[in-house]
Ligand binder design. Structure first.
Ligand SMILES: [Fe+2]
Length: 337
C-alpha cells in the first residue's frame, strides 16, 4: 500500500504567490491554500491533521504568528513554517524561540529553499509520529503485562499449591529459550503462554485442586481438560500470538503419551516443548496436596529419564545445564494478594 501524500496548507494574502506555491507542490503533496488566518483555521479545524503549515507573517486580521500558535494548540504535531520579510526578522526569531515554528523563510523565497524546507518539515513530522507511536506501544505493552500478571494471579488464587508456579515456569522457560536462541518475538509469546499456561484450571472445581487424597478417574479427566479450556479462553488472540496453541499443548509429550490430543514430535509447538519440561521440574519441586516437594534432584532425574522420549532432548539438556552448571534458581514469587 502506498503512503498517503503529506497534507500541506499554504496561507498567504498574496493570491499570486499562493497560486505559484500550489502549482509547485501539487504533484508531491496534498496541497490546500487559504488567503487569511480565519479561512485557514476553518480548513484546519475539522481535521484530519495537516503534516505542514506554511504561513505568511503579515496578513490582514490575525497575523501568521498568532495563527500558527492557535494551530499548534489544535494540532501540536503539525510542523509549522513561517514566511517573513526581512523587516520582521525579530518577530520570526521570537516565534521560533516560543516553539511555534519549525523554520522561518525570508521572502521572496526561492522555490528550491521552500522545497527543501518542506521536505525537512515532512521528515520532522514523521519523526514526531514515530516517537508518539513508540510511546503508545510501550504503554500498551505495560497494559498487556499488567493484564497477563493479573490473570496469572487469578488462576493461582484458587489453588494455594499453584501459587507462583506459572511465574517460576515462565522464568525457567525463558532462560531455556534464550539459551536456545529463540527470537525476541518468540520469547514474548512464550512469556505470556508460560504465565497463563494453567489458566484453564479456572474451570476445575477448587475442591479437586486442593484435595489431599488420590483423585477419582472422572475427577482427573476434568483436570485434564484444562489445556483445552485454556486454549478456548485465549484462542481469539489470533495467529500472530500462538499463545493459545502453546497452552493447549503444554501437557503433550514427544512420544505421544501426553494429553489432550496425544500429539508427538514435531507436531508439538517448540515453545510448548520447553514449557512441558519447566512445568514438570517446578511441579516436582513444589509441595502438592497429596505429597511434599520431591526436590530439584528428583525433578532433574525425572526429565533426564524421559529425555528424548517424553521430553524434547534439547530442552532437557539446556534445562539440566542451567541447574547443574549455571546455578539457575527459581525466583521467589511474592503473593500479590
Ligand atoms: Fe498444566
Amino acid at each position: 500500500m502506498s503512503q498517503p501524500k503529506a497534507r500541506v496548507l499554504f496561507v498567504d494574502d498574496d493570491a499570486n504567490l499562493l497560486d505559484s506555491m500550489r502549482r509547485q507542490f501539487v504533484g508531491e503533496y496534498e496541497v490546500h491554500s487559504a488567503q487569511n488566518a480565519a479561512e485557514a483555521l476553518e480548513i484546519l479545524a475539522p481535521g484530519p491533521p495537516f503534516t505542514v503549515l506554511v504561513s505568511d507573517l503579515r496578513m490582514p486580521g490575525m497575523d501568521g504568528i498568532q495563527f500558527l500558535a492557535q494551530a499548534a494548540e489544535l494540532y501540536p504535531d503539525t510542523v509549522r513554517i513561517l514566511l517573513t520579510g526581512f523587516a520582521d526578522l525579530n518577530n520570526a526569531v521570537e516565534a521560533v524561540n516560543q516553539g511555534f515554528i519549525f523554520r522561518f523563510l525570508s521572502k521572496p523565497c526561492p522555490p528550491e529553499a521552500l522545497d527543501k524546507a518542506l521536505a525537512e518539515a515532512v521528515r520532522q513530522h514523521g519523526l514526531v509520529e514515530a516517537q508518539r507511536e513508540n510511546y503508545s506501544l510501550k504503554r500498551f505493552k505495560r497494559l498487556l503485562e499488567g493484564i497477563v500478571d493479573g490473570f496469572s494471579a487469578l488462576v493461582e488464587a484458587r489453588d494455594p499449591y499453584l501459587a507462583g508456579h506459572q511465574s517460576r515456569v515462565a522464568a525457567l522457560t525463558l532462560a531455556m529459550a534464550r539459551k536456545l536462541k529463540f527470537s525476541a518475538d518468540d520469547l514474548e509469546i512464550l512469556r505470556i503462554a508460560a504465565l497463563l499456561h494453567d489458566i484453564g484450571k479456572i474451570y476445575v472445581p477448587a475442591d479437586f485442586l486442593n484435595r489431599p487424597g488420590v483423585l477419582r478417574d472422572e475427577e482427573f479427566s476434568v483436570i485434564k481438560m484444562h489445556p483445552e479450556v485454556g486454549y478456548g479462553i485465549l484462542k481469539n488472540l489470533g495467529e500472530d500470538w500462538p499463545v493459545a496453541i502453546i497452552i493447549r499443548q503444554h501437557h503433550e509429550r514427544m512420544d505421544g503419551s501426553g494429553y489432550p490430543h496425544g500429539l508427538s514430535g514435531a507436531d508439538i509447538d517448540k515453545g510448548a516443548r520447553l514449557i512441558a519440561v519447566a512445568d514438570v521440574v517446578d511441579a516436582m519441586c513444589s509441595h502438592r496436596p497429596y505429597r511434599p516437594s520431591l526436590g530439584i534432584e528428583a525433578a532433574l532425574a525425572e526429565i533426564e529419564k524421559g529425555c528424548g522420549v517424553r521430553y524434547e532432548e534439547r530442552a532437557v539438556e539446556v534445562c539440566l545445564r542451567l541447574f547443574r552448571e549455571e546455578g539457575f534458581q527459581f525466583p521467589t514469587v511474592e503473593n500479590p494478594f
